[in-house]
Design a protein around this ligand. Sequence first.
Ligand code: SAH
Length: 242
Amino acid sequence: MYRFLGFVLLLWLGMAGSPAADDFDRQRQRLTADIAALAHETAAETGRREFAAPVMTAMSRVPRHRFVPEEQVPHAYENRPLPIGHGQTISQPYIVALMTDLIDPRPGQTALEIGTGSGYQAAVLAELVGRVYSIEIVEPLAWQAAERLKALGYANVETRAGDGYRGWEEAAPFDAIVVTAAASHVPPPLIRQLKPGGRMVIPVGAHFMAQYLLLVEKKADGAITTRQILPVSFVPLTGGGR
Ligand code: SAH
């Protein structure tokens, strides 16, 4: 009896001490299923019942537990934002999937992200497009994310520390731009850096007021259209330009 209990205790300690990689895999598959269910539930608002298969594959591949601080690892596969230090957060996985799906990513495209944070959204984009550029204003977060993305083998992501309001002129124009901090307005430099036919997703709204996720499209003739998708809650875009 005691020997059996000892065995169970050892087994439990072993699992608690270093959760097996396939346990994270299982949690991630469950999270991906939750995201698919939520996509269905929010179809009336978002206009999409399902996210594209490659987007869901990317969500099921990127190891979110490698993008959060150690104390958050047990929560890495919960469908909610988590603190990553410096008062910032890694976004809710469903929102990451939605934003990624909205820009309609294709192999070979070039994408820009404003607000690298943990690097998670950049990794999801890197699974889907040819090249990702990502800017983070909090320097230690920028460095950490760069190191993490390199360690995980995301060689097609280039990061830099700085104010993303002005975009990344040298790498422009972009097929897609994903802004992951809430702005009071759509930054004109980002509109300029979008290719004709390109798409941008950006949360817009004054601080402490309702924010809306917007889908901004630049048509082939350069005309801009904007569609409100969902109410959201993002940390604010900081820096000079806002
Ligand atoms: N995309 C991130 C989550 C971002 S949270 C992830 O996947 O983990 C928003 C991030 O935007 C924060 O890290 C914040 O520091 C950054 N940020 C805020 N204003 C910015 C600006 N003007 N330029 C670049 N990054 C900015």
